[in-house]
Design a protein around this ligand. Structure first.
Ligand code: NIG
Ligand code: FE
Length: 420
């Protein structure tokens, strides 16, 4: 079955024959655009595109589905490479505690934070956890996300970590977007157990079982003050690597934690957060394949300093942007809002932010050959915008919904006119 999207004002994020390169430095602000365009799709893949001016027409109108973009823009769907979207309940009481003066670390220290979510999750059945999480998955797809990484890390014991990873697998089986799964057992130390004992459980029990069940693609550690040290992080990541779980790290969110250094040393796919990053760490990242992934929603929600995105770009680094969707530090998976924050708070240009949230996000999930740009042979996971005046309008119109239709594998998944 063939599908054609016609009457596209501009196709953004086109790649022609070039490799699916990670966009770095000045190139982060470059994108290929086709004006007044069309795209044809077959079996869920992009097969061709061009301008309406030289549109070859249709051989058979009866076997072709026509999607009218109504003069909207078409972009590759968002590739959100860092979320904790499988969780139970919510933590708005801590949000109020922070308004009244407590810090994120103080709340965590008093047994709130991640431990609070872990307790709730332990009392939640796998079915209930799935039902709560699927609402969030559908919500983010409707906002334009077409590829998603989801972490465990609210289990903190083998049964509950595996429960979370099973829920992620179920999401993967039941939804048409791409899902990557990350084991984050080292998210916090559970109550009533020493840190060294918990690390040995992670290494000797959790990792081998998770690898046996093949329910994770990556391994992550929260390397920060009050959580796991660089040494502990290295030990855990090494154990994961033995089972082919590639590292990703929560690094330098609360302090200069040494997380970037371990990430580079271990050749991590990405180091994420980086609110506390100096020239020294930027230099280290320059000589690595590790992708700095920025999560401006967290800095916004917790009132932290933002990562030095501009400096990173001037130093010819790539940047990926992700949401960090989680109940404690960013209860939103709205990638268009993350793009707004990147522009407003980190002074990224709209095209830089869009590239960071699409092709570079795809790289941070090793999906760059399938997603992240509009290219022949790639999956047709696309956003069709409303009739907006320019592409800069996307970050400009903070908090408003610019999505008209979401196309996943070439099919309309969401249409704002019929089901919003
Ligand atoms: O990425 N930093 C660690 N983990 C999450 C927050 C988890 C939570 O507070 O529930 C994050 O910010
Ligand atoms: Fe996170």
């Amino acid at each position: 079955m063939k599908t054609i999207i016609k009457n596209i004002k501009e196709i953004i994020g086109v790649s022609l024959n070039e490799k699916n390169e990670l966009k770095k430095g000045k190139k982060l602000n470059e994108t290929s655009i086709i004006q007044n365009g069309w795209i044809t799709i077959e079996d869920g893949l992009i097969v061709d595109f061009g301008t309406m001016h030289d549109w070859p027409g249709l051989d058979n109108w009866n076997t072709t589905t026509i999607i009218d973009a109504d003069n909207g823009y078409v972009l590759p769907s968002w590739c959100d490479s860092h979320t904790h979207l499988v969780f139970s309940g919510s933590r708005e009481n801590e949000f109020v505690d922070r308004i009244n003066g407590l810090s994120y670390e103080e709340i965590a220290h008093n047994g709130g934070g991640i431990l609070n979510s872990a307790q709730l999750l332990s009392q939640t059945s796998e079915d209930d956890l799935y039902n709560q999480s699927k609402v969030r998955v559908e919500e983010v797809i409707r906002m334009g996300t077409g590829a998603l990484e989801i972490k465990s890390g609210y289990g903190l014991n083998i049964n509950d970590e595996i429960k979370m990873l099973h829920v992620i697998q179920k999401i993967k089986n039941n939804y048409p977007i791409e899902i990557k799964s990350t084991f984050l057992g080292a998210h916090a130390v559970p109550k009533q157990i020493s840190k060294s004992k918990y690390i040995s459980i992670i290494i000797n029990e959790m990792i081998p079982e998770i690898a046996k069940q093949k329910i994770a693609d990556y391994i992550d550690v929260f390397c920060d003050t009050g959580f796991f040290t660089p040494k502990e992080t290295e030990k855990i990541l090494e154990a994961g690597l033995k089972y082919n779980l590639k590292p990703k790290i929560h690094a330098n969110e609360l302090d200069f934690s040494g997380g970037i250094e371990v990430g580079v040393k271990m050749n991590a796919v990405s180091v994420d957060h980086l609110e506390c990053t100096s020239e020294k760490q930027i230099d280290l990242l320059k000589n690595s394949n590790t992708i700095p992934t920025l999560l401006p929603g967290t800095a916004f929600f917790l009132g932290l300093e933002y990562p030095p995105a501009k400096k990173m770009i001037q130093s010819n680094l790539p940047i990926a942007l992700a949401s960090d969707y989680n109940p404690g530090s960013c209860p939103s998976g709205n990638m268009a809002f993350m793009i707004s924050l990147a522009c407003i708070k980190m002074k990224m240009n709209p095209i830089e932010a869009i590239n960071a949230a699409t092709i570079n996000g795809a790289h941070a999930m090793e999906l760059e050959n399938q997603l992240g740009s509009i290219k022949r042979g790639k999956k047709a996971n696309l956003i069709i915008t409303k009739n907006i005046p320019s592409i800069n309008f996307i970050p400009y119109c903070i908090g408003r919904n610019i999505v008209n239709k979401v196309i996943i594998n070439g099919k309309v998944y969401y249409d704002s006119e019929t089901n919003y």
